[in-house]
Design a binder for this molecule. Structure first.
Ligand code: AMP
Ligand code: ZN
Length: 119
């Protein structure tokens, strides 16, 4: 039994609003969304940070990024017509970036103006 929140979500011990899944990657909606689309994409295998994942299995990081892009497409943020709204990927790493869950994850954010100052 692990005390990692995201490992427990992968194991089905804690509910997740899953929007995309492969054999190696899981994507689910953030419980405290900061934008109309706010999805977290994680490798199913536990790695604490981007750096740890790059060192252990850079291909898996590629799978996580590909899944994030697929989620953005599902959410209507990638349309391929040149007028797509687009999206932002964020990976908070370490205390100064505010990482609170130490199982590597990408935030997929979109559906509103994310620029600052708003355009
Ligand atoms: P970070 O601050 O980058 O480590 O992001 C952790 C994210 O996990 C935050 O945006 C939280 O809102 C989110 N979160 C925490 N618990 C849950 C949960 N049970 N289901 C979905 N998202 C969660
Ligand atoms: Zn974990």
């Amino acid at each position: 039994m692990t005390d990692c929140l995201f490992c427990r979500m992968v194991a089905g011990e804690i509910p997740a609003d899953v929007v995309h899944e492969t054999d190696r990657v899981l994507a689910f909606r953030d419980i405290n969304p900061q934008a109309p689309t706010h999805v977290l994409v994680i490798p199913k295998e536990h790695h604490p940070t981007i750096g740890a994942l790059v060192g252990a299995d850079a291909g898996l990081l590629g799978d996580v990024v590909a899944a994030a892009h697929a989620v953005a497409g599902q959410e209507g943020l990638v349309t391929g017509d040149g007028a797509e709204p687009g999206y932002r990927l964020v990976a908070n790493t370490g205390p100064q970036a505010g990482q609170t869950v130490h199982h590597v994850h990408l935030h997929v954010l979109g559906g509103r103006d994310l620029t600052w100052p708003p355009g």
